[in-house]
Design a protein around this ligand. Structure first.
Ligand code: FAD
Length: 309
């Protein structure tokens, strides 16, 4: 836990950010990044979707970026999503992929009006292409504003996906409001360093909360998107989905690109819907740090690659 907090703190430090960015020129370090991020361009993202589709996996594509500082950057992010959605349609891949967005990349200084406007442009394009959009959840200071923007967007595009993080103490209340038929909800543990008064720090409490939230989603008839690599949780979820009489296709499993790919393929081969979160773009730093914080063994690999150049 202390190491996790340290890595997440480093994620916000500009000096460390620059040092790690420089390390991208080191081949070994580049390989570690490439394990989690298939590339920097729209073409790289589309190639990843095609590769996943060959063994029946679906994708949700995330153009990397967060906490944007100016409108120009927001515009670039929106346009990249529009090009991505056009690409999916042109290549006949709309049925295989949706997109994930972070509102902090689609607005400046948390302005909710700009966030809604940018999200709306992306939703319109997604609708045209016959696919969907899920709005990632960021740290707890943004939970209320993110849910407000999602609920607003759902009035026009009811399929907009929301995300609930089971580590937050408030999550069962949030899930109860989202757990209705037709509501697409991704359930994850949560990836940010949060204070103890808002989030459980005990891993077991996070797991118990996850299962309680999952039950609420299944019971309420929502389209649940179970985002976890935790084998014990996946075991419990497989049992709970059966108990609620859910057939594959009325819920799905989600995992990150490069994490437990064998398990992804195994679940897909057994008939489960499996969607892989595929991040792409130049701004991979914050994303990579959260992945390293989840599994210190990844950090060891990364550091070893740096010193053995
Ligand atoms: P953990 O207990 O962390 O891990 C269980 C096991 O999975 C580990 O023992 C290990 O074997 C494997 N594993 C987990 N992570 C890694 C890794 N990085 N590298 C290698 N092995 C690993 N978080 C948010 O806060 N907001 C979001 O919007 C969000 N969206 C997500 C979308 C998807 C599709 C996924 C899969 C995760 C998302 N997350 C999000 C991250 C999530 O909250 C967790 O931080 C992350 O999934 C790790 O938790 P876990 O459930 O896999 O369980």
């Amino acid at each position: 836990e202390p190491l996790r907090s340290l890595i997440l703190a480093a994620a916000g430090n500009d000096v460390i950010r620059r040092a790690v960015a420089r390390s991208f020129t080191v081949p070994g370090a580049r390989r570690i990044v490439a394990r989690f991020v298939p590339g920097e361009t729209v073409a790289d993202a589309l190639a990843a979707v095609r590769a996943l589709a060959t063994d029946g996996r679906y994708a949700t594509l995330d153009y990397l970026g967060e906490w944007t500082r100016d409108r120009g950057q927001v515009e670039r992010a929106v346009r990249t999503y529009l090009r991505l959605l056009d690409g999916l349609a042109e290549q006949g891949l709309s049925g295989h992929a949706e997109v994930s967005v972070k509102l902090s990349a689609l607005t400046v200084d948390g302005d909710p009006a700009l966030a809604s406007l940018s999200l709306g442009r992306i939703c319109e394009a997604a609708q045209r292409c016959g696919t969907t959009v899920t709005v990632d959840m960021e740290d707890h200071t943004t939970t209320d504003s993110t849910l407000a923007v999602v609920n607003d967007a759902r009035r026009t595009w009811p399929w907009v996906g929301a995300v609930v993080q089971s580590y937050l103490r408030r999550s069962e209340t949030d899930v109860a409001a989202l757990a209705h038929k037709g509501s697409r909800v991704r359930l994850c543990k949560g990836a940010y360093a949060e204070p103890g008064d808002v989030a459980h720090s005990d891993a077991h409490a996070v797991d118990l909360s996850y299962v309680r939230c999952a039950n609420l989603l299944l019971e309420g008839g929502a389209y649940a998107m179970f985002a976890t690599h935790d084998p014990r949780l996946v075991g419990v979820l497989r049992q709970r989905t059966r108990w609620y009489g859910r057939r594959p296709g009325t819920y799905e499993y989600q995992m990150l690109y490069g994490v437990r790919p064998d398990e992804q393929r195994r679940l897909a081969a057994e008939g489960e819907t499996v969607r892989v979160y595929v991040p792409f773009g130049e701004q991979w730093y914050g994303y990579l740090m959260r992945r390293l914080a989840e599994r210190p063994a990844n950090l060891a690999l990364f550091l070893r690659a740096l010193v053995s150049r």
